[in-house]
Design a protein around this ligand. Structure first.
Ligand SMILES: Nc1nc2c(c(=O)[nH]1)N[C@H]1C(S)=C(S)[C@@H](COP(=O)(O)O)O[C@H]1N2
Ligand SMILES: [Mo]
Length: 202
């Protein structure tokens, strides 16, 4: 009997309670949540593009991307469907290191992430920098599986997990805060789990 009895509601040890945002429960598995079918992208076909509005800034193929500094991150993640998972371990490239390689400072305060399945999600640029977010290519020591967003997914662990776009293939800096797929469908534009910002007006 270690965490089993604590995975639902009720008695939780303080070390679990203090790490669970309001309305969340502790999940030990790793549920898959996708709005549509899983795209299968071969790494030799994969590219990632940075854009300032419509202007291309820089793009990387798989090999070029792996020549960038690689960073490890262990973080708790929180899905708006109320599961949280502790200590998930990711490896990839910090957005900071992509910007450095592109030789730019973030040009705007708003960013829209784009994915191979047409999914988008908006994140304030400041939530992507200063070591807060990465483009992850590995999970738990292995290549990220296609279901979980491989070859590469955005990881913004301090926001609800819908912000962590799977099959990500670009970041676009935008002049205004342009809403993404779920944000246009009633989910909160920011999505802070600690403030329980699930839906538009929360
Ligand atoms: N491209 C893309 N990214 C996505 C989604 C999606 O449908 N397409 N679903 C989001 C949602 S709602 C969640 S909760 C997480 C789920 O990630 P997982 O399937 O690895 O648990 O991915 C997010 N990223
Ligand atoms: Mo979700």
């Amino acid at each position: 009997m270690v965490t089993r009895g604590f995975s639902g509601r009720g008695n939780r040890p303080p070390e679990v309670r203090d790490r669970l945002p309001p309305g969340q429960f502790l999940e030990s598995g790793f549920p898959v949540l996708s709005a549509g079918p899983t795209p299968r992208i071969r790494t030799e076909d994969w590219t990632f593009a940075l854009k300032d509005g419509v202007r291309p800034v820089k793009s990387w193929n798989w090999v070029e991307f792996h020549a960038l500094p690689q960073t490890k991150m262990t973080r708790d993640i929180h899905c708006v469907t109320t599961w949280s998972k502790f200590d998930t371990f990711w490896e990839g490239v910090l957005i900071d290191d992509m910007l450095a390689d592109a030789g730019i400072e973030p040009p705007t305060a708003h960013t829209l992430a784009h994915s191979y399945d047409g999914y988008t999600t908006n994140v304030p640029t400041e939530d992507l920098v200063a070591g807060k977010a990465m483009i992850a290519t590995r999970y738990a020591g292995e290549a990220i599986s296609a279901d979980h967003g491989g070859p590469a997914r955005l990881l913004v662990p301090h926001l609800y997990f819908w912000k962590s776009a799977k099959w990500v293939n670009g970041l676009q800096f935008t002049q205004r805060d342009e809403l993404g797929f779920w944000e246009l469908r009633g989910y909160h534009r920011y999505g802070d789990p600690w403030r329980e910002q699930r839906y538009t007006d929360d």
